[in-house]
Every structure is written in C-alpha cells, then in structure tokens.
Design a protein around this ligand. Structure first.
Ligand code: AMP
Ligand code: GLY
Length: 425
C-alpha cells in the first residue's frame, strides 16, 4: 500500500519512519516533509493546506491511506474533502476536530458527558467576562481563546488583574484573531501534566502508554511556553490503575458523547491531563498525535502501525491483537534554534547527524530541517527530536543526551532535564 503523511515536523518523521517499516508499505510519501523524511521516506512538495493538490497527488500516486499529522488541516476539513473524493484517510472530520479547534465545544461536551475537567464559564461578550471576573473571588484562573492559536491561546493567571489583562488581549485586542471571538474562563488546576493518547475508530479505543511533554523552554519548567521541548514514555506518573480510570472516566465517555452529538470521532484522541489531588482531569483534547510525544511512543511500538491505522479507518479496531511495546522506556530531547520560541535564524548547517545516528538505540527525528545542496540545514524553531531507548528512564535519558552531544550547529540548545520528573533521586 502507498501511504501519504501530511505535515513536516518531528511527529511526521516518526510516523513516516514507523510506517515505512511495515511489510505492507510500498511508497511512503510525506507532504511536504523535511530532510529526515526525505531520507526515511520520500517528500512531495505540497503544503498541508493545499487540499486540491493533495487530493490530486493521492489519486495519481494511488495512495491507499493518508495520515494527517497537524491539527490545522483537520480543523479545516481535510478528512471531509478526501472522503468525498473516495480516498481513505485517518483522522477526524472537521466537525469532530472541533474537540480541539473549539474550546467552548470541548468544554460543553465534557460537561454533558460528566468528564472530570476544570469548572468554567464561556463568554461571547467582553463586558460580561469582565463583570464575571470582578464579581468573583480573586483566585488563580485560566483564560482561553476558543479557537486554534498555535498553542498560545491559553493564559494562566495568578490573580484577577492578570485575568482581566488576558481577557483584554484575547477578546479586545484580538491578538489571536478570530480565535478570540469566544472565551473560556476556567478554574486553575494544580498538579503534574501527562499526555494519554488513544487511537479510535469511533467505537473501540486503543489506549497508548502514558507520556509526558515538557512545554516550557527552560529547565525546571521555567520560561515561555513552546511547542514541546522533549517527552518520555511511559511516565510513572500514570500507573496502570490510573490509566484504566482515564480510559473509563475520560476517553470512553468522550467517544460516546461525540457519537451522541453526531460527530463520530475517528483518529487520535489525545488527552492533555492534569493529575490533581482529586485524580486526573482533562485540560484539553487534541485530535491528532502529539509532538513530541509521538517520537518516544513510536520508538517503543513493536506492532505494525499501518495495520492499526488501517483497522481504525475500517472500523475494526475491536478485532486487532493488543499492541506490543518494547518494555524499555524512551526519551526524546528536542534541539532548538537560538531564539526559539521567538525569532530564530534559518539555514544553518547541522553537523554530526551521522555520528549520532550510529549510536545504539538512538533515532534522530527531524522537525525543522531542510536539504540545501545535499547538506542538512535548520529551517524551523524545533529542529530535531533526538530519541533513545534505555533499560531505565535514566539510561534512556543518558543515551539521548549522548547523541545530542554529537550534534552541532550555531546556537543549538536544548533542555537538560527531560524526563527528570520520572527519575527518583
Ligand atoms: P491547553 O491548550 O488547554 O492544554 O493549555 C495549554 C497549557 O496551559 C496546559 O498544558 C497547561 O499547562 C495550562 N493549562 C490549561 N488549562 C489549565 C487549567 N485549567 N489549570 C492550569 N493550567 C492549565
Ligand atoms: N505535545 C503537545 C502537542 O502536541 O500539542
């Protein structure tokens, strides 16, 4: 089968690398891909928002399955477009993708399904939001833009003053554009965050082992939010009993509620969780594989991923064998460009990739890279996801950082503490 993967980040490189290992995979093509996917698969120069071009290509190249990486094309309805053309595609429809693209829809659905989540109110009018904040007790609170804002539409506030400023930025100044047409104001939760992803065909869910992302730029979870500076899997933060509870109290009721609201959900349901004193609560849903969580997850997956995604598209996940995992944990360290998450230079040559790749149990996934005259150069903020297996999390971490040390470009940096929360002192 020929497979098309849409996107160009580390997640898409991991998907391409894993799917290309399937005995059933013939061509694996990534649109538009990066320097890493050019090596482990092939690239086609089509953007993720060029639906007409992607459909044309899928037909010409006889693509048997398309897998969508990022949220933007899903929210814009790529699955609906492909299905109308009779093309097989893995991911939620536009209506189902609202679980990520509208925080108001998501919160209302969670409330209707009794899924544990922060208390909240939604607002269409700025004045009402302001009055609400002024009348209630001055406590820590979170203000969220309703729509997609590249992970930046959430402002965590310590007090009323900050919350009022957040409302002003989102709803008056419209710093996230249309995404700020509606607001969610919610209770601030405390605890550790974890990511639990499940593959679902709308009926059956296959839950993947729990992972933990590191969203802040600096060690010790300091500094600004980023797309994710590293991840590891599994995380001891979520033990088997808790994973089971997350499935029963969060994932299954969500899939049922989506079906009831006539938006059957097929694809990856990614639960961003806060593990609070009262147990796990949902912070947000994403409707796609996580980046960088996918890198350590797929490094550990032994089962043929193409078989699983294929079964999901055909609605027969209830009939596949349980997924098999490498018992060893995996750690992914993101190497970033100088200046990220703000402005950063591009086009800097990267050295040492082959030396890093030669280390055992290491895979260097590319995120923001490109090929220029045969040389791999930087082309994004998050550049590489250096991923390694090890007998323990501490050894996986050691292996990942040994590989990181082999790789150089001007201004390259990474967090030094990825997975430390899982390592007992
Ligand atoms: P979201 O896009 O909703 O996951 O929000 C992004 C980040 O904001 C999360 O990963 C959390 O770190 C933080 N966050 C979101 N909602 C809350 C909340 N209710 N309480 C505390 N932190 C939150
Ligand atoms: N790891 C965060 C995300 O994929 O949204």
């Amino acid at each position: 089968m020929n497979v098309l993967i849409v996107g160009n980040g580390g997640r898409e490189h991991a998907l391409a690398w894993k799917i290309a290992q399937s005995p059933r995979a013939e061509r694996v093509v990534v649109a538009p891909g990066n320097a890493g996917t050019a090596r482990d698969a092939e690239n086609v120069d089509l953007r993720a928002d060029d639906f007409a071009g992607l459909v044309r290509f899928a037909k010409e190249a006889r693509i048997g399955l398309t897998v969508v990486g990022p949220e933007a094309p899903l929210a814009a309805g790529i699955v609906d477009v492909f299905e109308r053309e009779g093309l097989r595609i893995f991911g939620p429809t536009k209506a189902a993708a609202e679980l990520e693209s509208s925080k108001v829809f998501c919160k209302d659905l969670l409330r209707s399904a009794n899924v544990p989540s922060a208390d909240y109110r939604t607002f269409r009018e700025v004045e009402r939001a302001v009055t609400f904040l002024q009348q209630r007790e001055d406590v820590p609170i979170v203000v969220k833009a309703d729509g997609l804002a590249a992970g930046k539409g959430v402002i965590v506030c310590d007090n009323r003053q900050q919350a009022l400023e957040a409302v002003d930025r989102i709803a008056r100044q419209k710093v996230f554009g249309e995404a700020g047409n509606q607001l969610v104001i919610e209770e601030r939760l405390h605890g550790e965050e974890a990511s639990v992803l499940a593959i679902t065909d709308g009926q059956t869910i296959v839950t993947l082992p729990p992972a933990q992302d590191h969203k802040r730029a600096k060690d010790g979870d300091q500094g600004p939010n980023t797309g994710g500076m590293g991840a590891y899997c599994p995380t001891p933060l979520v033990d088997d009993a808790m994973l089971h509870a997350i499935e029963e109290q969060i994932l299954v009721p969500t899939v049922h509620a989506m079906k009831r609201s006539r938006r059957p959900f097929r694809g990856v349901l990614y639960a961003g969780l806060m593990i609070t004193n009262q147990g796990p609560k949902i912070l947000e849903y994403n409707v796609r594989f996580g980046d960088p969580e996918t890198q350590p997850l797929l490094m550990r997956l032994k089962t043929d991923l193409l078989d699983v995604l294929d079964a999901a598209v055909e609605g027969r996940l209830d009939r596949i064998a349980p997924l098999e995992w490498d018992p060893r944990p995996a750690v992914c360290v993101v190497m970033a460009s100088e200046g990220y998450p703000d402005e950063y230079p591009k086009g800097l040559p990267i050295r040492g990739l082959d030396d890093a790749a030669a280390l055992p149990d290491v895979k260097v996934f590319h995120a923001g890279t490109a090929l220029r005259d045969g040389q791999v150069v930087t082309s994004g903020g998050r550049v590489l996801g250096v991923t390694a297996l090890g007998d323990t999390i501490a050894l996986a971490k050691l292996n990942a950082y040994s590989a990181v040390r082999k790789i150089r470009w001007k201004g390259a940096w990474c967090r030094k503490d990825i997975s430390d929360k899982a390592i007992k002192p």
